[in-house]
Write a protein that binds this ligand. Structure first.
Ligand code: BDP
Length: 329
């Protein structure tokens, strides 16, 4: 539910006029508002849609989800805060958007932490994942689930990247988050934080030379039409976070709370099925469209980020979580 008062309580947030118009349209009701920066057919959005349909069915239509995909309600950092203040109810965001506010999430976003996607899934499903999700409660959110985001690699408009030396002077767009900026700088680039929605134009107008992301995003944003070189670095395998306003959650009956949690957990398997299909299809679409692909020297990139990683691991909590992730089968 979104009220004018709740919007006012978030004063200081860069809320576009869209947010106010949105508040006027949706002032009451049992609708659960859920936001995502991705388009309607992206796996994260589809999974939340599935969760909403399940909740609606189980409650006999008493609770319904209303989805706002494509970043209609602002940047991911904004929507996290809007959820904390119960201006909106569910936000699906990448981990960088919550890294500073929730330090427990930092280990998952560091470079070369997971051996592969199966390792990431297993860590998120286990005790480590549950503990990190629980940490969101300290600041007004409920961590409902982790979703997949694949492995991030580099793509650019100039030529193939093999080693960090090939990154020199390259302006690489990164999301606005400390770990991502430091990571790309350590990999040899000039990290350039710009909002997600501006990456395509940034590449097209040569404001930036490169960006980094997963196959699904590279394809769905059509960035592959303007960045014709994909170099597989697999430098980051941070999962996505599905977060709910704690105030909104606390206002639900105990039975509804259990239903939300159960359906969010079930939606992870739905998301993973969609993700595997989307990732494979996106890769094929991009390669069929003539994008040049090369395997980068991952060991060279691993070495390049070591000093940066060591700095983060000076924090005992982070070091401890990384040790547990390494030991996790
Ligand atoms: C995508 C994430 C999305 C981020 C985006 C980014 O799914 O949440 O906003 O990367 O790079 O993979 O900003």
């Amino acid at each position: 539910m979104i009220t004018r008062r709740a919007l006012a309580a978030t004063g200081g947030l860069a809320l576009a006029g869209a947010g106010v118009a949105f508040a006027q349209q949706h002032s009451a009701g049992a609708a659960i508002t859920a936001v995502d920066v991705h388009p309607s057919d992206y796996p994260t959005v589809e999974a939340v849609r599935w969760m909403g349909e399940e909740v609606s069915r189980e409650t006999g239509g008493r609770i319904n989800f209303r989805l706002y995909p494509s970043g209609q309600l602002g940047s991911e950092t904004d929507t996290v805060n809007l959820a904390r203040f119960q201006v909106l109810d569910i936000a699906r965001v990448y981990l960088g958007a919550v890294n500073n506010m929730f330090p427990a999430t930092q280990p998952l976003a560091l470079p070369y932490v997971f051996r592969d996607e199966a390792h990431m899934r297993s860590v998120c499903d286990g005790a480590i994942g549950r503990e990190i999700l629980a940490a969101f409660e300290r600041r007004g959110l409920i961590g409902l689930a982790f979703y997949d985001s694949g492995m991030r690699s580099i793509y650019n408009a100039r030529g193939p990247i093999h080693t960090p030396d090939d990154m020199r002077g390259l302006k690489v767009r990164v999301p606005r988050a400390d770990i991502f900026m430091e990571m790309l700088d350590a990999m040899g680039a000039n990290s350039t934080p710009i909002p997600f929605g501006e990456v395509f134009t940034g590449l097209q107008t040569h404001l930036i030379d490169a960006a980094e992301n997963n196959w699904a995003t590279f394809q769905s944003t059509r960035q592959y039409e303007v960045a014709r070189y994909w170099s597989q670095t697999d430098h980051c395998c941070a999962p996505e976070a599905l977060l709910m306003s704690k105030a909104r959650y606390d206002a639900l009956s105990r039975a509804d709370q259990d239903l939300f949690r159960a359906k969010a957990t079930e939606s992870v398997a739905i998301m993973r099925g969609l993700w595997d299909a989307k990732q494979a299809a996106a890769r094929q679409t991009v390669l069929d469209a003539g994008v040049n692909y090369n395997e980068a020297d991952k060991d060279a990139f691993r070495r390049a980020v070591e000093p940066m990683k060591r700095r983060w691991l000076a924090n005992e909590n982070i070091a401890n979580t990384i040790r547990r992730i390494d030991a996790h089968a």
